[in-house]
Write a protein that binds this ligand. Structure first.
Ligand SMILES: [Ca+2]
Length: 442
């Protein structure tokens, strides 16, 4: 049932307002009921004011919690002491405060004492166990914006020298790192930033110091001619070169160097530099993290987004702290999940004499596939066709075999042959095919 309410007010809101206000109720069947409400004049003299609160004393333990320390003498010679922070006050040093309390005790003014530490967050952290992330920054440098959209602006920034995780055991931690050769050599204030979180994620801690001296060169530094080792993957470390991914894959780089790597440099291009499809270089150093308790090995996880379908090339360049660099290259294919994609088609052995096995990978694992293998001679004439089905196909299909005989069972001569694999999904009919060549040696 539709029910609507319509309130209409006449144009003249004068003394006769009661004649002009109608409340109409109507339903979907056209039933209407009009109510003329009885109106009363009203005047507004502002919102009511709350009565003033009585000045009541807070309980003792909630008073002056921001004060580092204070006391109050209570009846029956009870001394209440709240001790919130071990830090001197301007008005009274901690030493003076404790002397004052001592004096009260000596003078016999105090029979009992309550020492309230409930607002004291202190302690030495010896019960803290977790992971600490440390970042070391070089001295600040002045940089300028490009000024392509807005006027050129000068700003200060710091290059990170090291970023890594270290385990905290009973409140204690230590970590090593190598200062890269490419820092600016003048002495100045570097910065160390620390953040720790406990193993059970219930507490954290942080701190920084912007007064650590960084600069100069080390003449006795260890020799290092070995560039960093890099292994590239897409999404996870089971990825194979040339594999298929979706449109938003994550680049994973496992990196090792005996002396650690350089995160970013004063020289353009010294850092962890990514080049996608031979396009411009991107400094992705901020996405690198040294492995826990190690300055030598670490992982880069860099999300790529909105990639076009097709084959992409990716190059990653990494510098160690001794100015040795290395590059690693990977190719991958971005495919729409609605298309059938075939990759890594090959036959083994090749060349072959008696039989060869054909294998390929695709993006439709788990689906039922119809597969047709066709063999052509070097003139393009079809010599053999083999068809079959694969139920719940794996990512890789390697069950196709050819014995080198044509459809009449005759052994084919030595030479080059072309084969085509045609794959169709029985789920949605998506299909594709791929050619390659094989050689028979008799
Ligand atoms: Ca090295």
């Amino acid at each position: 049932m539709d029910l609507s309410i319509n309130l209409s007010i006449g144009d003249n809101l004068g003394d006769n307002i009661g004649d002009n206000v109608n409340l109409t109720l109507s339903d979907g069947q056209g039933f209407r009921h009009v109510v003329k409400p009885e109106l009363k004049p009203m005047s507004f003299a502002g919102f009511p004011k709350l009565p003033g609160l009585a000045a009541a004393d807070s309980p003792l333990y909630l008073r002056n919690n921001n004060d580092n320390y204070w006391f109050e003498q209570l009846p029956s010679q009870l001394l209440y002491v709240q001790f919130n922070d071990v830090a001197n006050k301007e008005s009274q040093s901690l030493k003076q405060f404790s002397e004052q309390i001592q004096q009260l005790i000596i003078e016999g003014e105090v029979a009992d004492m309550v020492l309230d530490l409930r607002h004291n967050s202190g302690g030495d952290g010896s019960d803290f166990n977790g992971v600490l992330t440390a970042t070391i920054f070089d001295k600040p440098v002045k940089k300028q914006t490009l000024g392509t959209e807005d006027p050129v602006m000068t700003y200060e920034s710091r290059n990170a020298i090291f970023r890594g995780d270290v385990s905290v055991k009973n409140g204690l931690y230590e970590f090593d790192f190598i200062v890269p050769k490419n820092i600016s050599y003048n002495y100045g204030d570097g910065k160390i930033s620390l953040y720790a979180i406990s193993n059970d994620y219930t507490s954290d801690a942080s701190g920084s110091n912007g007064k650590i001296k960084i600069g100069g060169t080390e003449s006795n530094s260890l020799m290092d001619d070995l560039p960093p080792e890099i292994s590239l993957f897409m999404n996870d470390t089971t990825f194979m070169f040339g594999g298929t991914v979706g449109r938003n894959p994550i680049l994973i780089a496992k990196i090792f160097d005996e002396n650690g790597i350089t995160l970013s440099g004063n020289e353009i291009g010294q850092g962890v530099i990514l080049t996608l499809d031979k396009d411009s270089e991107i400094d992705v150093s901020n996405f690198y993290q040294a492995n826990i308790d190690s300055y030598q090995s670490g992982t880069l996880s860099y999300p790529l987004s909105d990639l076009e379908e097709g084959t992409h090339q990716l190059l990653l360049k990494v510098w160690d702290t001794h100015n040795n660099s290395s590059e690693s290259y990977i190719e991958f294919v971005v495919a729409d999940k609605n298309t059938m994609y075939i990759q890594n088609l090959l036959n083994y052995p090749n060349p072959f004499r008696d039989e060869t096995f054909i294998s390929f990978e695709h993006n439709r694992s788990g689906e039922d596939l119809e597969i047709t293998l066709e063999i052509f001679d070097s003139y393009g004439k079809i010599v053999k066709q083999i068809s079959g089905y694969v139920k719940h196909s794996d990512f890789r299909v390697d069950s196709l075999k050819w014995d080198g005989r044509n459809s009449s069972g005759e052994k084919m001569r030595s030479g080059l042959y072309i084969y085509r694999v045609f794959v169709r999904s029985l789920r949605d009919g998506a299909k594709n095919h791929k050619y390659d060549k094989m050689v028979i040696i008799n």
